[in-house]
Design a protein around this ligand. Structure first.
Ligand code: TYD
Ligand code: MG
Length: 456
């Protein structure tokens, strides 16, 4: 007699890649050891969303019949977050907020819920992780909460969907999607199948009732639960919370946004009363900067439409024996190697006999080529043990022949430097023609890195 075998399928816990057999390395995201076996969920005709639950079907329109006016946006009460969202929360949108445990996802969402309630919106905060008492303790730290904000401790997605459809709030927070389960999926909470199924049910309620829904998703290094990446394709907006625990700074970045640009970042600071906005990140990044130290340079980076000044530090020391060591934090390791090779070949520094360590302070990560020249100048400054004056900023892209190439938004960068009291800018010569007259700041145009090095 044959017994019915339960069908299973393997998923990558990191990115959701599906495969019929187990694999050591995921062909999609290249992570190792992330495959997990889960039963196939039967999706018969009865699991289709009922017609009455779907938004009203409208007739197709011609492009010029479509109203392009921005739909109603709600302000989160944080300018920094509104900008990352593309100008506020869009009605009925599904936003995934990812980040490592303890980074502050619950905190920011509670603050956001409080702000929205205070502005007259109806908000519900549903937690599957914490008891109502724990939420109360956090709320006490954040301060007074006024208006129509209610809390619910619940992990059953179907019950949550029913509650949402009954209460019809403007905004709902689900903390976190990995704790939610639906009985039909038949696997443990946190598994790929559960996370996907719960998210898709919440998506239907968000779209059909116009509830802007925030889903919290944990990113864990060990990958014990399905990461938020498996949901990225489903949701409208993906926000990631970054930051090092050591300093209290947190950066919110959008990885996907159907309603705005993905270049913007929001900077926050974790304090006693929750997260507060950092309106001038340049000042923060440059705080406590050593004056008159060799190897330190201020660079200007563009994050979306906003310039941020930060410090690039380099330490160059003679190699003890064997291979020279290179280490980078905040900038790409390969880019650093490339820049050191350009420096060796085009300016003639014997970098192969020196260790080089490069660091971006303030926990920022940069991948903009406009910081190339600052990195090179920091290395030269440390190599020669000569100080670059503290009132100088440097930006420019470096090419393989050692030329300094133009970068975008030179005017914005120069003006940011001026605003923060810098007196001198070393910048690509090619940027000069488009720069209008800028007073009270000395502009030093350079064409090549050897020309820039001659200032030291
Ligand atoms: P939390 O929002 O619980 O993180 P997540 O939901 O992402 O796991 O934030 C946790 C950390 O923030 C915790 O270590 C305590 C700290 N914190 C403060 O420093 N100040 C505060 O006012 C609050 C509410 C939290
Ligand atoms: Mg939390």
């Amino acid at each position: 007699m044959k017994t019915a075998k339960t069908q299973t399928v393997f998923f990558c816990k990191n990115c959701g890649y599906e495969s019929a057999k187990w694999m050591g390395q995921c062909p999609s995201c290249h992570e190792w050891n992330t495959f997990t076996e889960e039963p196939v969920v039967k999706t018969g005709s009865d699991s289709r969303v009922k017609d009455s639950k779907l938004p009203k079907q409208e007739k197709p329109l011609y492009i010029n019949e479509i109203d392009s006016k921005d739909s109603n946006r709600l302000s989160t009460g944080f300018g920094e977050l509104d900008r990352v969202l593309g100008g506020g929360i869009v009605e009925g949108s599904l936003v995934l907020v990812g980040g490592e445990p303890g980074i502050g996802k619950s905190t920011i969402l509670l603050q956001l819920a409080g702000n929205l309630a205070a502005s007259g919106k109806k908000v519900i905060y549903i937690s599957g992780e914490e008891s109502l008492r724990q939420i109360k303790l956090r709320a006490d730290r954040i301060g007074r909460i006024e208006g129509e904000l209610t809390f619910l401790s619940e992990t059953n997605t179907d019950r949550i969907v029913n509650t949402l459809e009954r209460l019809r709030p403007d905004v709902a927070v689900i903390d976190s999607i990995q704790t939610m389960y639906t009985e039909e999926a038949g696997t443990a909470p946190g598994s790929i199948t559960q996370v996907r199924e719960s998210a898709s049910r919440l998506m239907v309620s968000a779209k059909s009732c116009g509830i802007a829904t925030f889903l919290v998703g944990h990113v864990t290094k060990e990958g014990t639960v399905a990461g938020p990446r498996v949901l990225e394709h489903m949701v409208d907006t993906v926000l990631y919370f970054e930051g090092s625990g050591a300093n209290g700074y947190r950066i919110i970045r959008s990885a996907k946004n159907r309603f705005g640009s993905t270049n913007e970042i929001g900077v926050f600071e974790m304090g006693q009363g929750g997260l507060s906005e950092v309106l001038n990140p340049s000042e923060l990044m440059l705080e406590g900067r050593p004056e008159d130290a060799s190897g330190a340079v201020v660079a200007c980076l563009m994050e979306g439409t906003r310039p941020i000044l930060m410090e690039v530090q380099a330490l160059v020391t003679e190699t003890g024996f064997g291979m020279p060591r290179r280490q980078s934090s905040g900038i790409d390791y390969n880019r650093l190697n490339l820049l050191l090779a350009v420096l060796e070949k085009r300016v003639g520094y014997a970098m192969n006999r020196f260790d080089a360590y490069v660091n971006i302070t303030g926990g920022m990560r940069v991948n903009e080529p406009a910081t190339d020249l600052a990195v090179i100048m920091a290395v030269i400054s440390s190599f020669k043990n000569k100080v670059i004056p503290a009132d100088t900023i440097i930006f420019g892209e470096v090419g393989l022949s050692g030329e300094v190439r133009a970068v975008a938004h030179a005017d914005i960068r120069v003006n940011e430097a001026k605003k923060l009291g810098f007196k001198r800018v070393i910048l690509p010569k090619a940027n000069m023609s488009k720069l209008g007259k800028i007073e009270n700041i000395e502009l030093i145009p350079v064409r090549s890195i050897s020309e820039a090095a001659s200032f030291l």
